[in-house]
Design a protein around this ligand. Structure first.
Ligand code: ASP
Length: 309
């Protein structure tokens, strides 16, 4: 029987823990969830079983987490989309990112990258944007569903440069990226974490990293500013539990997450993936709560402004 909210089992965890990833396997949220989940399972001595529940920009899976028994045996990894942008886009959203969860902690930050299918001819970002403008009735943009990060970053990018491509929604940016590699869609603004392996393999083209600094793993790719494109966008992924999960369970999970982030293997993997772990001050439930509240307040007006353009 599940332990009542507020009273924790001192032996927690005594069985496997479901880790809901609200997007397709192999995409950015899935990759981050598996990196930290694997390590946390070793710390806590129980398996983390990843469940990919895609749909509706990740809100289907996160609604499932919000409604789950708050016993520490169902957790979720949401992101800037599901945990801050979604309320502005779904009037009937079944959860509130700031109040429906017990926050565990931020898992990573990753800047977006502006990428296109390999056959795209323009060489520079400026030429690319001019090309997108000139051909927009023929071009398509792939994203992970309304409210996902790639949807939000694409909305802001397209509105900033007055572009109106066909929008193609997927259950995550893993399948969207497959179609970009296959040339079925034309461009994406996606987490560098997801696109770095394909950029390195030469199967897609990258124009810029939407960050103030270049990535150590892609030293030759310019920042958006260097490329003369005024577009900065940083994404994040984070772990949550249902509201009412006992405080000491959250503390154990949050400690295990911090251990995962500090492991040299994670540090190395994050560098390869162009990701950064949260600084000490931003870790734990409070760091994530602050981020969710500030991001919700920041993104909602920006999205409204983009929609009005
Ligand atoms: N995080 C999503 C995924 O894992 C992508 C997104 O939010 O854009 O596919």
């Amino acid at each position: 029987m599940a332990t009542a909210a507020g009273a924790a089992d001192p032996n927690y965890p005594t069985r496997s823990i479901a880790l809901v990833v609200p997007f397709a396997a192999g995409g950015p949220t899935d990759v981050v969830a598996r990196i930290v989940g694997d390590h946390m399972s070793r710390t806590l001595g129980q398996q983390f079983v990843v469940e990919n529940i895609g749909g509706a920009g990740g809100t289907t899976g996160m609604a499932r987490v919000a409604a789950a028994e708050p016993d520490g045996y169902t957790l979720g990894v949401g992101n800037m989309g599901t945990q801050s942008a979604a309320p502005a886009l779904y009037p009937n959203l079944k959860y509130d990112p700031a109040t429906s969860f017990a926050q565990v902690g931020i898992a990573n930050f990753t800047p977006q990258a502006i990428v296109s299918k390999r056959a795209t001819r323009p060489r520079t970002s400026k030429e690319f944007i001019a090309y997108l403008k000139a051909n927009q009735d023929k071009l398509s943009y792939g994203h992970a569903g309304v409210g996902s990060i790639s949807h939000v970053s694409g909305t802001l990018f397209n509105s900033q440069f007055a572009l109106k491509p066909a929008l193609v929604a997927y259950r995550g940016t893993a399948p969207a990226l497959n179609d970009l590699v296959g040339g079925q869609i034309d461009y994406m603004v996606d987490q560098s974490l997801n696109v770095i392996p394909q950029i390195k393999a030469g199967t897609i083209k990258v124009y810029a990293i939407a960050a103030a600094r270049r990535l150590a793993s892609l030293p030759d790719v310019p920042t958006s500013e260097e490329a003369g494109v005024d577009f900065i966008f940083s994404a994040w992924n984070a772990m949550v539990a249902p509201k009412g999960t006992p405080k000491d369970v959250i503390a154990r999970l949050s400690d295990a997450l911090n251990k995962a982030l500090d492991d040299p293997a994670t540090v190395k993997r994050y560098v390869e993936l162009g990701s950064t772990a949260p600084e000490a001050a931003d870790r734990g439930p409070e760091g994530l709560q602050k981020l969710v509240e500030s991001e919700m307040a920041r993104i909602s007006p920006v999205l409204k402004e983009a929609a009005a353009k």
